[in-house]
Structures are given as C-alpha cells and as structure tokens.
Design a protein around this ligand. Structure first.
Ligand SMILES: Nc1ncnc2c1ncn2[C@@H]1O[C@H](COP(=O)(O)OP(=O)(O)OP(=O)(O)O)[C@@H](O)[C@H]1O
Ligand SMILES: [Mg+2]
Length: 325
C-alpha cells in the first residue's frame, strides 16, 4: 500500500455520553486522517477523549453513547453501521490493543487456541492450519518456543509476553489499521521498549498503519512521524513530531513538552490546573482557564485547527505564543 493512501478518515466526530449528571461531551468534533503504513500518535492528558474517539470508530461504546460525524475506514462508513458489519470490520480491517493485556485474553483457553479462533472468525481455515499460523504469529511477535507456548494459558505468560500475544491476535488477519491504546503503560520500562519495537516491526513488515495513543511525548518522539494533540475532546494541534518539539504552536502542547524530562525546553512553564469538567466545558477554547496567553477573545468561540507554519493549530494566538518563546 502506498504511504499516501488514506486508510482512515475521521470527520467532525462527536461522542456524547448520557450520564446521571447530564450529557457529557467526551469528543467534540475530531478530524483525523491515517495514511497507509504510517505510525501516527494521539497524545493528551487523561480524559481528553483519546480512547473514546477510537472506541467510537470501532463501534465498541456502550448504548449510553451517542456517536455523530463520520468515520470512513477504507471507503466504508462506520458511524451508524450495523453491528454485523462492525463485527466483520473489527479484527479484519482494524484491530485495537489496550493497556491491559489480560482483559483481552480468555483465562480458560490456551494461547494458541485463542489466536486460531481469531483467524477462523474471519477466514475459512482448518483448525490445524489456524493453529500453525498462530504459532507463526507468536514467533513474529517474539515469543520464544512458540510451538510450546501456544499450548499454555495466559496466566503462564508474563505481562510483556501477554501484550505480545494480544498484538499477535490483533494482527492475525492482517488488518490495515492497528489502534494501540497505551499498549505499554502497564509494563515496566524495558518491556515497554520491547513492545514498541514489536509494534514497529509489525508496521514495517506488514505495512500496517498504526495509531499510537499515549500520554508520553517521549515515546512518540521515538516512533511516530505525525502527532495529533488532543485536549478536552478536540484535536488542538496536528504536526510532524519535529515541529512539535521545535515549534509547538499550541500552549497546551508547550505545556506537555515542558513536563517532559530533559527536552531542553526548561524555560517553558508546565501546565497548572486541571482538565475541564466535560459536563460543563468552558466556552470558547477549553484550555483558556489554564492558559497564560489567554485573552477575552479566546472565550468567544471554539477555535478550529488553522495552518500555522507547517503545523495545524487550534490556538487563535498561536503566532504570539510562538513569538514569545
Ligand atoms: N462509558 C462512559 N460513560 C460516561 N463517560 C465516559 C465513558 N467513557 C469515557 N467517559 C468520559 O469521556 C471522557 C474521555 O474519556 P477517554 O477514556 O476517551 O479519555 P482518554 O483521553 O483515553 O484518557 P486516559 O489517558 O486516561 O485513557 C472522560 O471525561 C471520561 O470520563
Ligand atoms: Mg484512554
């Protein structure tokens, strides 16, 4: 697949949860593209709507969620699609891996059987062929003695090995797109690096496009070319990773960088305060209450992404903010 081919196109995605306290606007108009074979990052604080955006795309949100807008995966509209269609898309065209690998594995089934099942759910294959392929997949994600390991149960695997198994399941049917939602947060630092390597290897070997969801701009810097920074249910900056580090255009991005150790941007002020209550988001720019650059104009309307230099920024004061750096 060529790098320029668009795999996923998200437009004006909105997710509202019906909660006992009223409607909670978790995702408030997200636009996002993923191109064939690329690894693109989605970063932002806890609660910014990273997971919910992609759970919405996968059709995995509870009934309390109202999803609006458009998510087109390889030409197919997923918002409002029938459950049957979504089941066929999941695992085959698009897979998601989560922070906690145990939740994705069934404790009472052998590892090999679980991967085979994933294969046979989408392809007509004999049990024997599927198990052989499962062993291949375990080898691809770096499990030693994959033949023996396929006969074991999840509790016999370490955390890092379980996450490798989850990756093997996610790529079993060669999806075009892999959503990795904080795939390394539950793991220790050394294992984190290994899991990222596995994901990179899969991306390179199979041309799988990867969306890496993370809090950690340091991780992003190592593996992604493009970054979407989310705040309060919106993308507030979209840029190449180099530009994010050299010339952040949004005060929130600058704050994220400042909270990174050893970036050489100590002069930036880390972010004070808390993310907004999404039951009552502030008018205009949601970052305004925490922003040292905010003016009255920032409260007037919800800022849209605009080109600033080579980046896209949702800050109406981006040029002033950058000039003060
Ligand atoms: N099932 C749900 N019902 C109601 N509100 C929800 C539900 N799931 C998520 N939310 C809310 O939606 C908002 C976005 O949550 P989301 O899980 O997408 O955040 P996130 O950016 O992935 O954060 P984290 O980095 O902590 O994973 C939050 O305010 C959260 O409380
Ligand atoms: Mg999340």
């Amino acid at each position: 697949m060529s790098m320029k081919e668009k795999v996923l196109e998200v437009r004006d995605l909105r997710v509202t949860f019906n909660t006992p306290l009223g409607p909670l606007a978790a995702v408030r108009g997200v636009d996002l593209d993923v191109y064939g074979g690329e690894m693109v990052a989605v970063v932002g604080e806890s609660g910014s709507g990273k997971s919910v955006s992609f759970l919405a795309a996968m059709g995995l949100l509870p009934r309390t969620a109202t999803v609006e807008g458009s998510v087109v995966l390889q030409g197919e509209q997923l918002v409002g699609a029938a459950p049957k269609k979504l089941r066929s898309v999941r695992g085959r065209l698009m897979s998601m891996i989560f922070q906690d690998p145990l939740s994705a594995l069934n404790p009472v089934h052998k590892i090999g059987a679980q991967i085979s099942e994933m294969l046979r759910a989408h392809q007509s294959m004999s049990e024997k062929a599927a198990l052989a392929r499962a062993v291949d997949l375990l080898e691809i994600v770096g499990i030693p003695q994959p033949g023996d390991r396929a006969q074991q149960y999840p509790h016999e695997f370490s955390g890092g090995m379980r996450q490798r198994v989850v990756i093997a399941m996610a790529i079993a049917n060669s999806p075009k797109l892999l959503i990795a939602d904080e795939p390394t947060t539950a793991l220790d630092v050394t294992v984190q690096a290994q899991i990222l390597e596995v994901i990179q290897r899969v991306q390179a070997q199979f041309g799988t496009a990867v969306v890496l969801i993370t809090h950690d701009l340091g991780v992003v810097a190592r593996v992604c070319e493009r970054v979407n920074v989310m705040y309060a249910g919106r993308v507030v900056e979209r840029a190449n990773i180099m530009d994010v580090f050299d010339q952040p255009t949004h005060p929130y991005t600058r704050g994220l960088l400042a909270s990174l150790p050893q970036t050489g941007v100590e002069r930036l002020v880390p972010i004070n305060g808390f993310p907004p209550n999404m039951l009552k988001p502030p008018s205009g720019c949601a970052f305004r209450p925490r922003c040292t650059h905010a003016t009255d104009a920032c409260g007037a309307s919800l800022p849209e992404l605009q080109p600033v230099g080579d980046s896209m920024s949702a800050c109406i004061r981006a040029r002033e903010v950058m000039a003060k750096a």
